[in-house]
Design a protein around this ligand. Structure first.
Ligand SMILES: Cc1cc2nc3c(=O)[nH]c(=O)nc-3n(C[C@H](O)[C@H](O)[C@H](O)COP(=O)(O)OP(=O)(O)OC[C@H]3O[C@@H](n4cnc5c(N)ncnc54)[C@H](O)[C@@H]3O)c2cc1C
Length: 529
């Protein structure tokens, strides 16, 4: 356990890509350490099982934010995967790269290697698209991307309703243009979830130079002088060979926490916790950005939705059989089947709102069951200006960190979400969807004025699960890492995961995180060669 060239902490979206790419070089001994268990639970692999995973605390860090001042001091639930595959094993599987302009912005902070032409090529290299094979897509990469096998008729009605509201129907959000409404493509293979663990880790597991240690939570990085030399677990240390590197891929909450537990972070705060300060870096944990989301919900006249009702039982049994026998049917649904991107503010250079349409009731992230047949239309602010922070609540590595998302702390963010809520409502009221709807249940028809809808946002808005940016990379010496993920102030230590993003992506964050890992793996391989 003392002679690894690379120790990767966290087998999530980024960690699995890194483990595969770095261990492809047989001269490199790679160790991958994951706090969670192997991904054996069938609910992980059956796409619709994601509704049940929210209840499974043993696969989920199940974080809570601090009371959010602009959200009526509510604590928000922040699920994160704690299992092989990380959040890619519990997410909604939507395959989305973001907008080219996102990466032009990244390039301003972190250089050309992060600009759209370069990262676009990496997205294509990683992708095995089963349905699209034009210039925008790859077809031979390790990550299978598919169309949904059986979208619900309500999801198609949502697309039609969007078109009735003059939004273009978009057959490919990762193609020519991101704008419009449509069905999402998903990271699924043969109707089953294709997590980062399945796409990248499984094919590498029999390599003799890759060691996987599941169910082991790293407590801190071991640093001697100013060089990382290994990591510390509850009962033992794992050390690097001379010249090796520790890579933190614990995600946007845990990677900054691990840096702080290791003495790299805001000096005064660490000192107050009794942690010796190795490198005073106030920006560790700062720059936290996330997509805040609000929903319109409606009760249906009929039974088209996926419902929790005795009448759904025969259909549910058929769905289970179709899934088990053929990898088809309603249980291959990723739940957030359709959606789209629109611009409510003409001064923006890219869409600032995203929809996720769910042909079911969904309350409290699936933790609260609602009887009956309904639909839920989510809308989130894609380009929020509010920023939050991860900080330590305790020097105990097993204690969760403090998450202060600071949603709506910037005055521009509430008007954007209000615009989104009104547009979402308009879509549900347009004929293609309205004909299915018995009654809007949320926000509720009695709420009509801006003041009422704003109060509803304060009372109900939730995360749509895209925290990023807490170990921001960049050329600026104030950023946590350089553009290759190397942590400033220490050698032999990188961060490679969603926390590197200098700005939040205008889209879902799983594929961009895998792209980050692939990009940095290539940099690491070329440096050594
Ligand atoms: C419910 C949900 C739905 C989502 N839906 C989508 C979607 O449909 N499409 C999309 O693009 N994105 C989606 N996302 C977001 C996307 O999945 C994440 O942005 C992405 O997976 C982040 O990757 P990561 O590598 O940064 O972190 P993660 O994938 O979270 O990986 C971090 C890993 O590190 C491990 N770890 C952390 N700390 C330690 C430690 N101290 N020691 C050992 N191991 C540790 C964790 O257990 C975890 O396995 C969703 C996220 C969630 C939670």
């Amino acid at each position: 356990m003392n002679d690894f060239d690379i120790i990767i902490v966290g087998a999530g979206s980024a960690g699995c890509v890194l483990a595969n790419r770095l261990s492809a070089d047989p001269t490199r001994r790679v160790c991958l350490i994951e706090a969670g268990p192997p991904d054996r639970n069938p609910m992980i692999h059956m796409p619709f099982g994601l509704a049940a995973i929210a209840h499974m605390r043993w696969l989920n860090w199940g974080y809570e934010t601090e009371p959010e001042p602009q959200l009526n001091h509510r604590r928000l639930f922040w699920p994160r995967g704690r299992v092989l595959g990380g959040s890619s094993s519990i997410n909604a599987m939507i395959y989305m790269r973001g907008h080219p302009q996102d990466y032009h912005d990244w390039a301003k902070s972190a250089g050309e290697a992060w600009d759209w032409p370069h990262v676009r090529a990496i997205f294509k290299d990683l992708e095995a698209n089963q349905a699209l094979s034009d210039d925008h897509h790859g077809t031979t990469g390790p990550l299978t991307v598919s169309n949904l096998t059986q979208p619900n008729p309500l999801s198609r009605a949502f697309v039609q309703a969007g078109a009735e509201c003059q939004y273009p129907v978009n057959p490919d959000f990762n193609g020519e243009s991101q704008t419009g409404v449509g069905l999402y493509q998903v990271t699924q293979k043969n109707g089953r979830r294709f997590s980062a663990a399945r796409a990248f880790l499984e094919p590498a597991l029999n390599r003799p130079n890759l060691t996987l240690i599941p169910k082991a939570q790293v407590h801190r990085v071991l640093i001697e002088g100013r060089r990382a030399v290994g990591v510390s677990l509850a009962t033992r240390d794992i050390r690097l060979r001379e010249g090796g590197e520790v890579v933190l891929s614990g995600g946007a909450i845990n990677s900054p926490q691990l840096l702080m537990l290791s003495g790299i972070g805001p000096g005064a705060e660490l000192q107050a916790m009794g942690i010796p300060v190795l490198h005073d870096a106030p920006e560790v944990g700062a720059n936290l950005a996330d997509h805040l989301d609000i929903t319109v919900q409606a009760a249906l006249k009929g039974r088209e939705a996926i419902g929790i009702a005795p009448t759904f039982l025969p259909r549910g049994m058929r769905a289970a059989r179709a899934y088990l026998q053929h990898g088809k049917g309603e249980f291959t649904s990723n739940i957030a089947e359709a959606g789209g991107f629109v611009t409510s503010d003409p001064s923006r250079d890219r869409p600032n709102l995203q929809f996720h349409f769910i042909p079911a009731y969904l309350h409290d992230h699936g933790r609260r069951l609602s009887l009956g047949y309904g639909l839920t239309l989510h809308v989130c602010d894609l380009l929020p200006k509010s920023r939050g922070r991860i900080s330590l609540a305790s020097p105990d590595p097993m204690a969760p960190p403090r998450i202060a998302a600071n949603y709506l702390s910037h005055p521009d963010d509430l008007p954007t979400l209000l615009d989104g809520l009104k547009i979402a409502r308009r879509i549900t009221q347009s004929p293609a969807l309205a004909r299915y709807i018995r009654q809007e249940t949320l926000p509720g028809q009695h709420l009509v004025t801006d003041a009422q809808l704003e109060a509803d946002i304060h009372a109900r808005a939730e995360t749509i699960y895209h925290p990023v940016g807490t170990c921001q990379m960049g050329h600026d010496p104030a950023s946590v890492t350089d553009p290759e993920g190397r942590v400033r102030g220490v050698t032999g230590l990188r961060v490679v995961d969603a926390s590197l993003m200098p700005q939040i992506i205008a889209g879902n964050t799983n594929a961009p995180t895998m792209m980050i890992a692939e990009n940095i793996a290539r940099m690491m391989l070329t440096r050594r060669a």
